[in-house]
Design a protein around this ligand. Sequence first.
Ligand code: ADP
Ligand code: MG
Length: 720
Amino acid sequence: MAETQHPVGLAVRLPFKSPEEFLQGYGQNLSKGGIYLRAKNLRAPGTPVTLEIKLADGSRIISAIAKVSFVTGAHGVGVPGMGFKFLVLDAPTRRFLETAAAVMPHARSDEPPLPKNVGEPDFRPEAVEPPLPVEPPPATGAPPPSQANPSLPSEQSGRLVVTSEASTLEAPAFEAPAEEPPRTGPIIGIDLGTTNSCAAVVRDGKPVILRDKDGRGLIPSVVALTPRGKLSVGAPARAQMLSNPRWTASGFKRLLGRAFDAPEVQPIIRRFGWEVVPTESGDCGMRLGDRVYRLEEISALVLREVKGLAERHLGVPVHRAVITVPAWYTEKQRLAVREAGRLASLHVERIVNEPTAAALAWGYGRKLTQRILVYDLGGGTFDASVLELNDTVYEVMSTGGDPFLGGMDFDTTIVAWLLADFEQKHDTIFSDRVAIQRVTDAAERAKIALSTTHEAPIKVPFVTMVNNTPVDLDVVLKRQTLVELTHALVDKTMEVCQEVLKVRGVRADEITEILLVGGQSQAPLVQERITVLFGRKPLQGVNPNEAVAMGAALLAHALEKQEGLLLVDVLPQSIGVGLPGGKFEVVVPRNTALPVTRKHRLITSQDAQEAIEVPILQGSKDQAKDNTYLGTVRLSGLPPAPAGGVAVELSFELSNECLLTLTAKNAATGQDVAATFATQDAPEVVKARMAALERELPPPGEEATQPRGFGGWLSKLLGG
Ligand code: ADP
Ligand code: MG
């Protein structure tokens, strides 16, 4: 080893604008103990170096005395580069590395990391002899930015050539199951949550939560693409949220089964740290790396994880499940959950509403006669439902909610406050995803702590650079401040509670028990407001995080045992048809008890008309286009007759699980009419249909609900 004892100076500037970008793009090459850099000129292991690593703007991010720990690619195999072990660090570097270790599990190591695809490390001092290869070809992916940008190689003697993780990573295809699993074995209950998922089974008549060997029963509903191009699910995926929010998908249940263009979707898309994109069918999908996934696939990955956990716990294969959904879920979203189950190799024996499941967890086997309110405030959705329990009959009387209100909104509110405070203190603001995600994480932790304490520190070290100096976010949040920040959100939930009571003419004091479900319902403010509104404290003793899965397990058990358990749900949102002129006509109103069949009559508007097409929608808005488009039913093969000569009776049949089937009969002859229900229309087609519908004016003197004789694409449609 012919090295001088004077450290070699190595300085390198990387193309990252901020520390967060650096971590996001280069974090895999960094640990608390060292850094890996690609280099043209390799130095033998043991060589001391002074390392200066700078960001694009020249600000210093790492300043250290280090030594070469290992080399790679010295002999033409693999990528030439060196792992440097830090020996001496300055204070800002130390703090930065602590942050890196806090947000990236691999960075906790005391040794420099060995990135994928660079080849075997060589720790021998003579490793660099004979002489060095000249140009390091990147092992995979796009050429490193350093090669695209000639200003990047080092400024001093080291002449390092550095690469960052390619910004588009090859993501694996989702593998759908090749065949249907057998419909045998136990039925588990699954709470497929926005934030956390959970499974349970009934043992000796009691529901038990299925846990891993460390006792954890909640699986974060998070899927991530790792920097190595693999999909990870659950806790490991969640751990990546801080370092790489863009490729870490959480909260997707909010968008499952929704059209990308839907009016309720666009305003919230920016709230997701990951990229929401339309799928081929126009639904919300997710881009991870270079691939777009359907949210059914992403949900299936979470379900597979739950299934795996259940199988490990039970020691038998699991092929069947009861899965819960928010009461507020549309028809289309329920279908999406069924599809996710199928993709996870699970027979979905039944879909059940979360509040009904929670009520089962409370009432099962107790022979209660009660009227209860289930208040479910989770991570992304809020539901309130009034149920009547009568021994084994669970009847939902009314349900309502807000599909875009949950714990995440509490976090967002706190983050907005923190940013405003930061801006005031430092006269600057930051907006990159990693920094915001770190602040959000800290805000959530403080929020949860404030459910039991009165003050919580929020500290995010080195959140951004101000005048080339790293600054921390460091605030104490008081419970009182949290109350002020979030009371409007809680007020909204109270309004929904009042509304679900009102639609059934029930007074607050006629509610026997209030059941709190969902992690966010543990906020003291919620409990206070409930107590004020109902004049009684909410029920204790039902675990808000586990009640839904337990109820699903009890229902699964009842199905297996064929016990007489009767669940009467209601339709959460009205279903109806779009009319010429653009209006929406309700056929089955909201809160109708299920199962139900309602008929709607249509007549032909043209001579010799062979088919009628009608758009089917769900929602509460007057205008058809403002509601959720479910699909278009096409009634075909009509007998030849003059205009108005054929009347068709279209039946809307909703199962006890709230799944819609459309059938049609010739009103005069009673013969079946072929009805095909297309639900996968391209978004442009749906838009064009709604626009055409609006242009069709109902004729003067006719009620909108009694249209007759229109032209245009809906010329085939007549309501009657
Ligand atoms: P979901 O049903 O959407 O999966 P959960 O019921 O698991 O959601 O609730 C998750 C939400 O609850 C998160 O927003 C989380 O911050 C919040 N949360 C969890 N525990 C508490 C607590 N003790 N106090 C307040 N909020 C909490
Ligand atoms: Mg939930």
